[in-house]
Design a binder for this molecule. Structure first.
Ligand code: MG
Length: 450
């Protein structure tokens, strides 16, 4: 049976009417509001068709817990975090199931610093929600509603302050944006036009009438590839529905793979500022090569945006993120943000990469092949797996921060229990595809006890 609700630190996600309904949504919002001691809450949403109804449930829940609401409308997920901080609010809620299929929606919760709740805070909030003691503000204490339509402009201004606007304007890039019929279509074209780009819009109406599967993975970007070729654009950018993930298509109309969004921005920012790089354990090894090239350190955290952000703040890094297209520039906002990724990549094309195509720039990044697999969750013998793989591929460096990761000179494998599904994920990477497949297959066989 398909799971119809998922509760994790990345929020509460469910199929509307089956796992997540109006009553639960109102209760969650109400409990969250009450846990903030009546402080104002910023609320945004992506363009999913169930967003307007979810919004009503969230606003009702917050108002009856006595929280004033600042409704910022259709916005990317990072915009909510950024506005919480900007307005000094008590917290934020984004209504978005990110890349989940259309029948899903979700609530994501931000603390007063504009970060996603960490594990401890989220668990505390869930306990409070289960206690049921919320939503009872008296008639003279109900929350008031304020709506604002300037959040995306404030976000764009913040991004523009970070990049070399004049250099990018002088480059006069021709760009296609695939907005995924959601909020990426509201922020990316406006940002790029302010950077002097000629923008061709594909699926930029934020009406939730999705035309492609929602993750910006290479297999889903056929429309963007065609449009880039047809228009002779310099590059294509694609977002997921809540515009925290970014993918690129080259001037040849070929998808570069989501890993390149972080690899290219990290290469550029580490080279320019000498910053260390923070990423998760399952992100490409090309970041290790990039760190070595610039003489900076690379720190790897558990998988999940909250963990990476924590690592970035701990190490004072200026760049970090996740291989799924999640670029994080903490100076703009400490969370994954397609807008900052887009602007930094334009600056790279306009400055260090001037005179080169995006394909030529991408070819400077060492290429690895990642393969993924999964097996049903269960106990496994980490020591036995380590021994068997050592015998086959030589002694690895072992990291047990999350699950088991073994790293060789030009390859690695990471196996870890999933946070959201009853499975163990296997991710392997190597310079040669054959070797990545071989490592992945052997790990899978060992996990299955063969
Ligand atoms: Mg997303």
């Amino acid at each position: 049976m398909t799971e119809k609700i998922k509760i994790s630190i990345s929020g509460v996600r469910g199929i509307i009417g089956e796992g997540l309904d109006g009553r639960m949504t109102t209760s969650l919002a109400s409990a969250f509001g009450q846990s903030l001691n009546g402080k104002p809450v910023v609320v945004g949403r992506d363009a999913r068709p169930t967003g307007p109804q979810m919004r009503l449930a969230v606003l009702a829940g917050l108002a009856f817990s006595g929280n004033d609401v600042i409704d910022i409308g259709l916005v990317p997920t990072p915009t909510v975090g950024l506005m919480v901080k900007h307005l000094g609010a008590g917290g934020g809620i984004q209504i978005s199931a990110s890349h989940n299929p259309v029948e899903w929606n979700a609530l994501k919760f931000f603390n007063d610093k504009g970060f996603f709740l960490n594990e401890e805070d989220f668990n505390r909030f869930m306990e409070f929600y289960k206690g049921g003691d919320f939503g009872k503000a008296t008639w003279d204490r109900l929350g008031q509603l304020e709506t604002r339509d300037d959040a995306i402009d404030i976000h764009i201004d913040r991004v523009l302050k970070f990049v070399d606007i004049e250099a990018i304007r002088a480059r006069r890039l021709k760009v296609v944006v695939d907005g995924c019929r959601s909020v990426g279509g509201l922020i990316l074209p406006r940002l790029l036009e302010q950077l002097g780009c000629e923008v061709i819009r594909l699926d930029c109406a934020a009406d939730g009438q999705f035309t492609r599967p929602l993750e910006p993975t290479p297999a889903h970007l056929g429309g963007l590839c065609e449009k880039v070729k047809e228009t002779g654009a310099d590059v294509g950018f694609a977002a997921d529905p809540d515009a925290d993930r970014l993918a690129m298509v080259s001037e040849k109309g070929l998808p570069l793979g989501e890993d390149f969004s972080l690899a290219l921005t990290a290469d550029y920012i580490a080279g320019k500022t000498g910053s260390d790089i923070v990423t998760n354990l399952s992100t490409t090894m090309s970041l290790d090569d990039i760190a070595k090239k610039h003489g900076v350190k690379i720190y790897r955290t558990k998988v999940g945006e909250a963990h990476v952000v924590q690592g970035i703040l701990e190490h004072g890094a200026k760049i970090g993120g996740e291989g799924n297209g999640g670029v994080i520039v903490p100076e703009v906002h400490p969370g994954r943000d397609a807008a900052i990724g887009t602007a930094v990549l334009c600056e790279l094309m306009a400055t260090r990469g001037k005179g080169k195509t995006i394909s030529e720039i991408a070819a400077e990044i060492p290429l690895y092949h990642i393969v993924k697999d999964k097996v049903p969750a269960g106990e496994y013998d980490a020591g036995g797996i380590e021994k068997a793989l050592s015998e086959k591929f030589g002694p690895p460096t072992v990291d047990r921060t999350e699950g088991l990761k073994m790293v060789w000179e030009d390859s690695w494998v990471h196996l870890r229990p999933s946070n959201t599904e009853p499975i163990i994920r296997i991710i392997a990477e190597a310079r040669q595809l054959d070797k990545a497949n071989q490592i992945c297959r052997l790990t899978r066989d060992l996990l299955c006890g063969q």
